[in-house]
Ligand binder design. Sequence first.
Ligand code: ADP
Length: 423
Amino acid sequence: MSVRYIYIVIFSIAIVGLSIVQYQYFRIGVNLAGVQFDEKIAESLEAIKQGLLQKDELTFLVGSAMTKQSGNFNLGLDSIQDASTYFLEDFIRGKLIQNGAKLDFAYKLYATDSTLYLQSSGYSLDTNGLLNFPVEIEGYLPSLVNKDLFIELQFQNVNRYLLSQLNGLTIPSIIFLTLIIIVILWVFRAFYLQNNLITTTNEFINNLTHELKTPVFSIGVATKILEEKGTEAQRPLVEMIRSQVVKLKGQIDKVLELGVIEEKKGVIKKKEVELKPMLMELAKVYEQQADFLGITFNAVFKGDEYWVSADQYHIENAINGLLENAYKYSDKVKNIRMLVFKSDDHLYIEIEDKGIGIKEQDVKKVFDKYYRVSDGDKHNVKGYGLGLHYVKRIVHLHKGRIRLTSKVGEGSTFSLRLPLLKR
Ligand code: ADP
């Protein structure tokens, strides 16, 4: 699993976890708001009870409605009933607001023998989802009718009220959670686009360097021929072309190799590829130029298709590097052999030369960054000591292995092993 997917999984778990925690807080908040609500209602009921204890304008009016006596008011019984219902509702609302419970309610005033005296318009007999709080009224009013008297408050939409109490918590946490998700998604998107850009740039560089290598190689061979066959007067010019071509080739190699050597991410783009055509093409170039280069080149390919998961450009470049070294570090006998075969689910590519060889103490070090064998320059071969380091990194990035056997004066064999795809 790539690092990106690990990040996405961690992020998703974190967001789900955070949402669960927020939900739990929210539930605790709703419960607390519920407890607070009950307290406020209990206090309001007590205040209502106290407020209706004595005979005053309100209780007198309500009492008249209850006993159906309109004589004191010069009004019809219905009007007294309506006025009582209205003023009692107003009184209850006042007590609720005083105790911090500002929400819609309905009420009824009744006796235990089920006589209904007053009832506000919104009162519902269907108690489903409604909260009812009865309180016994004492004092003046019950004494008028000589019955146990109750006021019952009824609340609808209590949940909405409780939620509104938590708005200061829920709305900010939803906003902040959404902001976090948006920002992280935006970061992922930017990360994805950047990765895509890096991949496209790397592919472009790989393509470009690959396309440049062949003409540069051909110019190199052509100048070598001119060097031998050209006139004396042409020699300085040919020499100049040759040195510039060497420089150019060095720069091209560096562009392709630098990303790998500096361990930049996304430089290697592996695909399932069949390497045989590329290897044969590479061998063909050396076979065709063998006479011009003054080498004996021999390539043997055993077995049919070589399917591996690889970045073909880099594998080709690495093998080309080994072939170039074989040529560079061969003295008089320029005898190069390339052997490719399959064994135990692996592909083996061996490059063998009969060149100057490498001392035992240097065999391990030649793969190190910038390492050059100290007498390497004797042979007038210029280099940066990066080629074999690059080859080793490429092989490792392909889960392969590289071995070197060498004897001074006799030659060297570089053996490269890559895992084959099971098909
Ligand atoms: P460069 O060729 O630029 O010096 P390399 O990393 O390709 O860098 O090689 C490191 C050293 O290993 C070279 O300096 C050379 O001395 C030695 N070397 C590499 N390939 C061969 C070879 N085929 N035969 C002998 N010596 C070699």
